[in-house]
Design a protein around this ligand. Structure first.
Ligand code: CU
Length: 263
């Protein structure tokens, strides 16, 4: 995932984007306020400012987005919420190449100096998506390095093997750092991305969470939906955290989180 972009209501976000990839790229944000010059998406919008839509390899562009009230937490939201930013030169290809990241917006006067919400001890961001490496920008390069087994891009089994059912792009327990202490106020930002197979049901073992006043231990996300949930873990241990869709469990969409007893 890309770096977390943080702001509070009333702030302005400025992104100095340098395209260090070998492909045209852009940054398109969700939720925040932007004009046509800062949308980062090429389409026939009868607008002549195109520099933001398609930044050439090695090129630079400065995106300016503001954070009015309507980009921050609503009446029923907790003190902070998440949005997604992603590449949008070719949305499908860019996102499957990993050009995705989170924006976290905190309510005005409820933020610390670093922008994080004051009432929360710890925050985690989890992106649930099946990365389709068959349509990645890196496909040709990956194929050129494929030495063993079937690397035929027309082969259905090979195509299936390139569907990476991940949390933050990592499969079968490869996530690190979901670590907290008993009793802490822990906030989880859940992001969805992808296509029609991307209906995910994140499930936490050993804890329950609140989502806008509703209690649960499983939630659901669809592509580019974001959710903010709060947990106060009360049992120490190493706990499973996985998508509860059966096909996604077998394909590796699972990891663990650690609740430590005392500080
Ligand atoms: Cu899933």
């Amino acid at each position: 995932m890309g770096p977390v972009i943080r702001a509070a209501v009333g702030d302005d976000i400025v992104v100095h984007f340098k395209n260090n990839t070998r492909y045209p790229a852009s940054v398109h944000p969700h939720g925040v306020f932007y004009t046509k010059k800062h949308e980062g998406t090429p389409y026939n919008d009868f607008n002549t400012d195109k520099a933001d839509d398609n930044v050439a390899p090695g090129g630079e562009y400065t995106y300016s987005w503001s954070v009015p009230e309507r980009a921050g937490p609503g009446k029923n939201d907790p003190s902070s919420i998440a949005w997604i930013y992603h590449g949008h030169v070719d949305e499908l290809v860019d996102t499957n190449s990993g050009l995705i990241g989170p924006i976290i917006i905190t309510r005005e006067d409820e933020q610390r100096a670093d922008g994080s919400p004051k009432d929360v001890d710890r925050e985690f961001v989890s992106l649930f998506t099946v990365f389709d490496e068959n349509v990645s920008l890196h496909l040709d390069e990956n194929l050129s390095r494929c030495k063993t087994g079937s690397c035929d891009p027309e082969d259905e089994d090979f195509q299936e093997s390139n569907l990476m059912h991940g949390i933050n792009g990592l499969v079968y327990g490869d996530n690190r750092g979901y670590s907290m202490f008993k009793g802490e106020h822990v906030r989880w930002y859940i992001l969805g991305m992808g296509t029609e197979v991307d209906l995910h049901t994140p499930h936490w073992h050993g804890a329950t969470l609140l989502h806008n006043g509703n209690r649960l231990d499983v939630t659901e996300v669809l592509p580019v939906v974001t959710k903010t949930l709060d947990m106060q873990p009360d049992v120490a241990g190493v706990w499973m955290y996985h998508c509860h869709v059966n096909d996604h469990i077998t394909a590796g969409m699972m990891t663990r989180f650690l609740v430590k007893e005392d500080k």
